[in-house]
Structure formats: structure tokens, C-alpha cells
Design a protein around this ligand. Structure first.
Ligand SMILES: NC(=O)c1ccc[n+]([C@@H]2O[C@H](COP(=O)([O-])OP(=O)(O)OC[C@H]3O[C@@H](n4cnc5c(N)ncnc54)[C@H](O)[C@@H]3O)[C@@H](O)[C@H]2O)c1
Length: 364
């Protein structure tokens, strides 16, 4: 397969997730990074591009136009800017016919989300959203087990994503914009809550119909939520819960998912990502390892640990295959629908919390 020519917006020096995307994109040799508008600061954009040996731009709109006009221009772009700066570049590249790989959450506001949706629907290019955890092998296996009925009917779903790094007033580049409502749009609910929401949806195949949320800002003076407790009701009658926090001291990236059905239960934790515990109602629990992942979403033999970066790379590899015309796995790669669902989740949680936890329908 010819590697996909890739560009990047954001991800300059000192940035977090841009470097992760670059590693993920090159891990399986399916992308080659050739251009970038890496920073809003022109000098940093230029020095970052020079360091990476790629064509540098000081402005993403100019980059979209220039790359679309080149015979050897980029075919896809990764957008790894703060949340309020997803929509403008996404729309610019989609209008230029360039595939977009955007990080989550979809946007900072519903208006920005609509701008992306309209541009994606009008474009021949595709839109992908990097909810990376769902591409980890044992979560793909968990989804397969639920789909084939190994759990019976789903009754209970519990997803958690606990961090402690924002337990004090924010300091540093990443904390600063994440605690600014104008740039983040929402706090923990958007930053990590959308991951928990998407993961529960991905594994169970079900979307909650309504929720009751309590969002709190526990650090004095904080203008966004840093803790969210959400009860979920599914149309099937199942019940669920999401707890996300960025003030849970001692927690690093405590992502976990538990699903309980009429026949068996599943449990997965990011701290031990290569083990999936399957507990049948009438028998001993079984520990499934990567050897039992039927999607074979890995590179090394089981027992050689793979994790976060490899999961991210699984997503990139599927995206490259889709771009090159192989749609076999399109249903396991999050896209615009996942992004809009995440935005509907944020909106419903904020509305419910504003009415003291009143049950609120999750919009389309
Ligand atoms: N999938 C995940 O697990 C995951 C993890 C972390 C962050 N994210 C998401 O990735 C995005 C970035 O987060 P981060 O932690 O890397 O942020 P960051 O602050 O570390 O990096 C943001 C980068 O965007 C650049 N930037 C800002 N405005 C720009 C502009 N106009 N043009 C070009 N570049 C510009 C900044 O200079 C910086 O390089 C956010 O949407 C976040 O939610 C996802």
C-alpha cells in the first residue's frame, strides 16, 4: 500500500498529542508526514517544521489551499489543536478535498460542531475522530463478545475515567486551555468524558436515551467542570453510569469499563490493557489475553506488552486502509457520528446538571 501523504495542524514543540499522532501514523508505515502548520506562533511553526523535515506553514488556511494545489500535496491532515480550533481547520481541509483526522472532542461549541458536520457532508473527503482507546485489542474483543451474545442481554454499564492532574489551579500549556471555557468548551466531561461515553457505546453497541448528571468544579475558581457523575438510562431498559474526574488525586489515566449482562460480565482497565475478564454467571471468571483477540490488532506475539501508542496506531492503520479504498473496518473507526454523539452527551450533561440532575434526553 502506498503510504498516505499526511499533514498536521498543531503539535508543535511542547505540545502533547501531536507527537503521539506522529508516532501512531508511522508505526505501520502507512503514512508519511510531509507538511504542517504546527503552531499559531509563526517562528515556532517554522522551527517545528524544520526539525521534522517537512513543508512548514504559518497558517492552516494557507496550508489547505497550497497543499490542495500541489500534485504531491497531502491527502490527509491530523488536527491536534485545542478544542476551539478543530472546526476552522477541519472545514478548510474538508472543503479542499483533504481527509481529516481530528482529535476529540469534536469541537468546543455546538455551532463549531455543526460547521464540521456541514463541511464533512458536503465534501468527498472523509472525517475521522481519534477516540483511540476503542482500537485497543481487548476492547475490540470485548465488542465482539457483546455482539455475539456472550453476555446475554446488557443490563448494566459502568465507565470511568479518573485523573488527578488538575487537582490544583491549572498551570502549564495543556492545563491552561483545558480550564478555559472559551477554548475547551467543557471540562472533564468533554476532555475525558467523551472517551468514556464513546467506549461504552462502542463495546455495547447501545447509546443511552437519557441521563442525569452532576457536574462540579471542585477547585475553587475553576470555570469548567472537573468532576462529573452521570447516571444513564438506555432504551433497552439497561442502566449505566459514567464517572469522570480530573481531581481524583493519585489517579493517572484510570480508564475502565464494566458491562454486565444476563449471562456474563466483562471488565477492562487501561492499567492492565491486555487482559479482559469475562465472568459467566454460573462459572469461574476467565482472563482473556491478546491471544484471544480475534481482530489480531497487534504487532508482537502475546505476552510482549502493547498499549496506548499501539492502540493509536491501530486506528491510524485502519484510517489509511479506508483512505486507500478498503472499507472492511469502517464500522470500528470513529467518525463524524461519534463526534456528534459526544457533543450531544456534553450538552445533555450540562443541561441536566444545570437543573440539579433532572433526567434529560440525549439529543441526536
Ligand atoms: N485522544 C487522546 O487521547 C487525546 C489526548 C490528549 C489530547 N487530545 C486532544 O488533542 C487536542 C490537543 O491537545 P494537547 O494536549 O496536545 O494540546 P497542546 O496544548 O499540548 O497542543 C496544542 C497545539 O496546537 C497548537 N496550535 C494552537 N493554535 C494553533 C493554530 N491556530 N494553528 C496551528 N497550531 C495551533 C499549539 O501551538 C500546540 O502546538 C485537544 O483537542 C485534546 O482534547 C486527545
Amino acid at each position: 500500500m502506498m503510504p498516505v501523504r499526511l499533514g498536521m495542524v498543531g503539535g508543535g514543540s511542547g505540545a502533547f498529542i501531536g507527537a503521539v499522532h506522529r508516532i501512531a501514523a508511522r508505526m505501520d508505515g502507512r503514512f508519511v508526514l510531509v507538511a504542517g502548520a504546527l503552531s499559531s506562533d509563526p517562528d515556532r511553526a517554522a522551527s517545528g517544521a524544520a526539525e521534522l523535515g517537512i513543508r512548514g506553514y504559518d497558517d492552516f488556511a494557507r496550508m489547505a489551499r497550497a497543499e490542495a494545489a500541489r500534485a504531491d500535496g497531502i491527502e490527509a491532515v491530523s488536527i491536534v489543536t485545542p478544542n476551539h480550533l478543530h472546526a476552522a481547520p477541519a472545514a478548510a481541509f474538508l472543503r479542499a478535498g483533504i481527509h481529516v483526522i481530528c482529535d476529540k472532542p469534536l469541537a468546543a461549541t455546538p455551532e463549531q460542531a455543526r460547521e464540521i458536520a456541514q463541511a464533512a457532508q458536503a465534501s468527498g473527503a472523509r472525517f475521522f475522530l481519534t477516540h483511540n482507546y476503542c482500537a485497543m485489542p481487548m476492547l475490540r474483543e470485548a465488542r465482539a463478545l457483546v455482539a455475539e451474545g456472550a453476555l446475554g442481554d446488557i443490563r448494566l454499564v459502568q465507565a470511568e475515567y479518573l485523573q488527578g492532574w488538575l487537582a490544583d489551579p491549572a498551570e502549564g500549556k495543556q492545563a491552561e486551555w483545558r480550564t478555559d471555557p472559551a477554548r475547551a468548551g467543557a471540562g472533564a466531561i468533554g476532555d475525558i468524558g467523551t472517551h468514556a461515553w464513546q467506549l461504552a457505546q462502542f463495546v455495547t453497541g447501545q447509546t443511552p436515551a437519557s441521563l442525569s448528571a452532576q457536574l462540579s468544579s471542585l477547585v475553587p475558581g475553576r470555570a469548567v467542570d472537573d468532576d462529573a457523575r452521570i447516571a444513564l438510562r438506555y432504551g433497552s431498559g439497561a442502566r449505566g453510569g459514567i464517572w469522570v474526574s480530573q481531581v481524583a488525586v493519585g489517579q493517572e489515566n484510570g480508564l475502565s469499563l464494566r458491562v454486565f449482562g444476563t449471562k456474563a460480565a466483562l471488565e477492562w482497565r487501561l492499567t492492565d490493557p491486555e487482559r479482559l475478564i469475562l465472568s459467566p454467571k454460573d462459572g469461574p471468571a476467565r482472563i482473556l489475553t491478546r491471544a484471544q483477540d480475534r481482530s489480531a490488532s497487534y504487532r508482537t506475539p502475546p505476552g510482549h506488552p502493547e498499549g496506548y501508542l499501539e492502540g493509536f496506531a491501530n486506528l491510524y492503520s485502519d484510517i489509511a486502509a479506508i483512505i486507500r479504498g478498503d472499507s472492511s473496518y469502517v464500522d470500528r473507526v470513529p467518525g463524524l457520528d461519534a463526534g456528534l454523539s459526544g457533543m450531544a452527551f456534553i450538552a445533555a450533561a450540562q443541561a441536566s446538571s444545570g437543573r440539579d440532575g433532572a433526567w434529560t434526553e440525549v439529543g441526536p
